[in-house]
Design a protein around this ligand. Structure first.
Ligand code: BJW
Length: 252
């Protein structure tokens, strides 16, 4: 598929010394990972993800929430990065000061080769104690119920950020610093409704960066950024990198 991009975007990408990128669930959709705000399928069809991703849900039904994360972890393990993930990893090769800020917990950006990844909402494959918050090494991940913390006996939970919880301070600081120094900010595959992540493109824009949304369809950020490109990120991102920097045989 041939995609034509505005020349201003291509010129800004070629000239950029510093790029910040915010990704959301849409970037992993073409790898088979369900997005957050689309209806779930199969066993999980009757649950709203937003109602499972909270400390209150875990307190009320730790087994249900644990099983949902076990299911998503299995999906992530079976998934492979898609051309969109690989294109972002390649972009980092062209512009070394590229910071990839992701809301995703699936680890697919790392697996595609991106190095400078800031995980704002944690990672599915790490665990911590729900009582004292300390990291816990879990070698064999039980699928049915959360194990107990070997130190204090509290329930172990995934090391992700649920609604009402603070983002990891270091990750947030890194994200904010990258947002403030970039000249180009790409916001990809996110509905733009969850804060504070959704504030980042607007902060970048207020600081003078050129801001671009790449999404399948208009969402909460529609009309608010400098440029909006609608289509699948697995198609648009490789085409964008090729348009700016030329073909590279290793992509994907
Ligand atoms: C494609 C595509 C393709 C599909 N190509 N695109 C101010 C006002 C009101 C409320 C708040 C506020 N500030 C904070 C809050 C509360 C809350 C919040 O934002 N609520 C809103 C819903 C209103 N925020 C928080 O609680 C945060 N904490 C916080 O602010 O702490 C301070 C505080 C504490 C106490 C009180 C108040 C403040 C924490 C947020 C944590 C979010 N956690 C989750 C779960 C993570 C773990 C897990 O994955 O299980 O993060 S929720 C969920 O949403 C997940 C995602 O990372 C996040 C964002 O979703 P995302 O990625 O955008 O996915 P979707 O599904 O929404 O969108 C997918 C997009 O892809 C769509 O647009 C599609 O079109 C597109 N797409 N295919 C391109 N092929």
């Amino acid at each position: 598929m041939t995609v034509t991009f505005p020349s201003e975007l291509i010129e800004r990408l070629r000239a950029a010394q510093s790029v910040a990128i915010l990704t959301g669930a849409g970037v992993s959709a073409e790898s088979g990972m369900p997005t957050f705000r689309d209806a779930q399928t199969g066993l999980w069809a009757r649950y709203d993800p937003a109602e499972l991703a909270s400390p209150a849900a875990f307190r009320a039904n730790p087994v249900l929430v644990w099983q949902w994360y076990a299911y998503r972890r299995a999906l992530a393990e079976a998934a492979a990065p898609n051309p969109g993930h690989y294109a972002l990893a390649e972009l980092e090769q062209h512009i070394p000061d590229t910071t990839l800020i992701t809301q995703n917990v699936d680890g697919l950006h790392h697996r595609a080769g991106s190095r400078n990844v800031v995980e704002l909402h944690g990672n599915l494959t790490r665990y911590r104690c729900s009582d004292d918050g300390a990291p816990v090494e879990v070698t064999i991940v039980a699928k049915d119920a959360p194990p107990r913390c070997p130190r204090c006996g509290g329930l172990i939970r995934p090391d992700v950020v649920w609604f009402g919880e603070l983002l990891p301070q270091h990750a947030w600081n890194m994200a904010l610093a990258a947002t403030r120094r970039c000249s180009l900010f790409l916001c990809i595959g996110t509905s733009g409704v969850v804060r504070p992540a959704a504030d980042l493109p607007l902060i970048a824009q207020a600081d003078g960066a050129y801001t671009v949304e790449i999404n399948l369809a208009p969402g909460a950020l529609a009309g608010q950024l400098n440029l909006h490109l609608y289509g699948p990120s697995g198609t648009l991102l490789p085409a964008l990198v090729v348009a700016a920097f030329g073909e590279r045989s290793s992509i994907g």
